[in-house]
Design a protein around this ligand. Structure first.
Ligand code: NDP
Ligand code: MG
Ligand code: MG
Length: 340
């Protein structure tokens, strides 16, 4: 088994002496900044004026412009959208990145695809939680954690690995387990996971199931419960105990249907196309097209986003969720605790 790092394996002494700048206060940024602060680290936030700036201030963070935060900090964690990182790095961070500082990422995209080329005399590493930012915060508050990866790309000070592990501990990742990787492995597997399984294929299969039922004349509300709502309940069981736990909870009829019909839908041709998707990630085609899409005004991205938001599963779902306020109760309660 690969070496896993847990809280007891990690000494956070070196990082405790540093000032950590969290650049960006979005999904990951708000979680890292608050978790690190609660873990006793010196945290400042670097962000442009606007919604995130106001939120960070409201959460009691010490907030600066990106440039000021980069100047003040020893460890600079970039939690901006991947496609904006290069421009912000060049305009506001690069000049402040003096020898011995550390440049940190939560995803290897910009380093791996040569968008950001850091100077040789700084540490460069990544700490990537394997979960959405809001859960990085929510699980931390409940005493648990989201597992994470770390990788050292450049070790100018000899401390990069210690700093990375301490950072992972500070955000709560080593409560669940932290695994060492490389920028290449993290970048390629993260992109593959979100495209081929977690986000891309999951939304596609949910929509296909919903449409199949609705086109066959079944009620859209029922189709929503059957294909989207219940998916969470099924996935929760897989999260708790793998496929066996999920299958032990469903009826034998459902399990038999799983065995015989699952492979009719997800047949070997799916794996062939997954390999094609992986190839495009590995050879840089996906990254090149995404960078181009951003440089040319995101017209394709915006059109697809708009069409997706108008899909019947979204409109029906919004109505049904209004009648299930308990779905979001946990989130609201947490927010009240945080801001009170
Ligand atoms: P978000 O899109 O949630 O956050 C963006 C933040 O960056 C916002 O605070 C936004 O502020 C700020 N921002 C955007 N543009 C600028 C700019 N030009 N100057 C200053 N601030 C700016 O990002 P994520 O948290 O999703 O992603 C951050 C990193 O974490 C990425 O590398 C991503 O791959 C990685 N990651 C993300 C995961 C996730 O759960 N989302 C999971 C694991 C890794 P404003 O409010 O002003 O727009
Ligand atoms: Mg990702
Ligand atoms: Mg990911």
């Amino acid at each position: 088994m690969a070496k896993m790092y847990y809280n007891g394996d990690i000494n956070e002494g070196t990082l405790k002496e540093k000032t950590i700048a969290i650049i960006g206060y979005g999904s990951q940024g708000h979680a890292h900044a608050q978790n690190l602060k609660d873990s006793g680290f010196n945290v400042i936030v670097g962000i442009r004026a606007g919604k995130s700036f106001d939120q960070a201030a409201e959460d009691g963070q010490e907030v600066y412009s990106v440039q000021e935060a980069a100047e003040k900090a020893d460890v600079i964690m970039i939690l901006l959208p991947d496609e904006r990182q290069k421009a912000v790095y060049e305009a506001e961070i690069e000049a402040a990145l003096t020898a011995g500082k550390a440049l940190v990422f939560a995803h290897g995209f910009n380093i791996h695809f040569d968008q950001i080329v850091p100077p040789a005399d700084v540490d460069v590493f990544l700490v990537a939680p394997k979960g959405p930012g809001h859960l990085v915060r929510r699980t931390f508050e409940s005493g648990a954690g989201v597992p994470g990866l770390f990788a050292v790309y450049q070790d100018a000070t000899g401390q990069a690995k210690d700093l990375a592990l301490a950072y992972a501990k500070g955000i709560g990742a080593s409560r669940a387990g932290v695994l060492e990787t490389t920028f290449k492995e993290e970048t390629e597997t993260d992109l593959f996971g979100e495209q081929a399984v977690l986000c891309g294929s999951t939304t596609a299969i949910v929509k296909a199931g919903f449409e199949t039922l609705v086109e066959a004349g079944y009620q859209p509300e029922l189709a929503y419960f059957e294909t989207l709502h219940e998916l969470k309940l099924i996935v929760d069981l897989m999260y708790e105990g793998g496929m066996a736990t999920m299958r032990s909870s469903i009826s034998d009829t459902a399990e038999w249907g799983d065995f015989v019909s699952g492979p009719r839908i997800i047949d070997s041709s799916v794996k062939d196309r997954m390999k094609d998707v992986l190839t495009d990630i590995q050879n840089g085609k996906f990254a090149k097209e995404w960078i181009q899409e951003n440089e040319t005004g995101r017209s394709k991205y915006n059109a697809i986003k708009q069409a997706e938001s108008e899909h019947q599963i979204e409109t029906v779902g919004a109505q049904l969720r209004e009648m299930m306020p308990f779905i979001n109760e946990g989130k609201k309660a947490k927010k009240e605790v945080v801001t009170s």
